[in-house]
Design a protein around this ligand. Structure first.
Ligand code: F6P
Length: 326
């Protein structure tokens, strides 16, 4: 490390915010400081990189954020960064600020942005953070556990009212093109049926599942529909209400509530471990990687592999939801 100028790490959060992003920010800043490096926070994701909107972050700047959802650095889905012009501006501002390296905290799209910068010669390390858990190369992304707990609490409440009224609740979860949240919610919430992007379903199958639940004497039926499945939740409700399946239906679209809230202990720990490892990598001269949870440890996965592969829902767990619905 050059003794006259501390190694300078740019840090940004990008894409949909995820609970635990702040914990990762805190870990990056404090690990860097401990090792004699400094951190420049980049505001509003890649948009801030293009605009040169940077501010130094020291230990006290990241105090009191471990337990907060959202991201103190704010975020964006940058349209400009997709263009070569945007990427060129970003590199220019990084050079002007004498940034030696960059840590990108975000989901699939953000890690693609990180990879684009890597190809332009920027030393970059990614930290996977997205409630969707659709990032390849890690068992789980920061934020997914909190979102799962939010879904579980919501569905537990819905079940109370569903039972009281003998109703079928159609609950829509987020997750974009990945069925992870819906499948796991199906297991932890005891759903009668789960619809995910990875498996095509028909309205007829859902109607049969709801009627079966009624005939088996259940007091309610819970159907979890991933937002990316092949059937829209409202279409499903209209179609099922048009038939006599025992229960009447109600729809709950959980929406952005799944992205907010205080991160769980699991997410705080995961984000902290990954933040430390991201800085360790850069200070060891390692870059072009993402921190990934493998087994019990945090490992480095090549960004190239991360962006070229797609993580989908585990179909074994999808099958399990059917068994457990009896
Ligand atoms: O990627 C996180 C996510 O919450 C997805 O589950 C969802 O499809 C999307 O972001 C919603 O994006 P926005 O907040 O831009 O509407």
């Amino acid at each position: 490390m050059n003794s006259s100028k501390p190694f300078t790490i740019g840090l940004l959060t990008s894409g949909g915010d995820a609970p635990g992003m702040n914990a990762a920010i805190r870990a990056v800043v404090r690990t860097a400081m401990t090792q004699g490096a400094r951190v420049l926070g980049i505001m509003s994701g890649f948009d801030g990189l293009i605009a040169g909107d940077f501010r130094p972050l020291a230990a006290r700047d990241v105090g009191g954020i471990l337990q907060r959802g959202g991201t103190i650095l704010q975020t964006s889905r940058s349209q400009h960064f997709v263009e070569p012009h945007g990427q060129r501006e970003a590199v220019r501002h990084m050079n002007e600020a004498e940034m030696d390296a960059l840590v990108v905290i975000g989901g699939e799209g953000s890690l693609k942005g990180a990879y684009a910068l890597l190809q332009q010669g920027i030393k970059v390390v990614g930290i996977p953070a997205s409630i969707d858990n659709d990032v390849w190369g890690t068992n789980i992304s920061v934020g997914s556990d909190t979102a799962m707990n939010t879904i579980m609490e919501a569905v537990d409440k819905l079940r109370d009212t569903a039972s009281a009224h003998h109703r079928a609740f159609l609950v829509e979860t987020m997750g974009r093109n990945c069925g992870y949240l819906a499948v796991m919610a199906g297991i932890v919430c005891g759903a009668e049926m789960v619809l995910i992007p990875e498996v095509q379903a028909t309205i007829e199958e859902v109607a049969v599942a709801v009627e079966d639940a009624y005939k088996r004497g259940k007091a309610h039926a819970i159907i979890i529909n991933a937002e990316g499945s092949n059937i829209r939740t409202t279409d499903l409700a209209n179609a099922i209400d048009g038939r006599d399946v025992g229960f009447k239906t109600r729809v709950t679209i959980l929406g952005h509530i799944q992205r907010g809230g205080s991160p769980t202990a699991y997410d705080r720990l995961l984000a902290s471990r990954m933040g430390v490892k991201a800085v360790d990598a850069l200070l060891d001269g390692k870059f072009g990687v993402m921190t990934g949870l493998k087994g019990r440890g945090i490992e480095y996965m090549a960004l190239e592999d991360v962006v070229k592969n797609q993580r989908t829902a585990n179909l074994e767990y999808y099958e399990m939801t059917k068994v457990l619905a009896r």
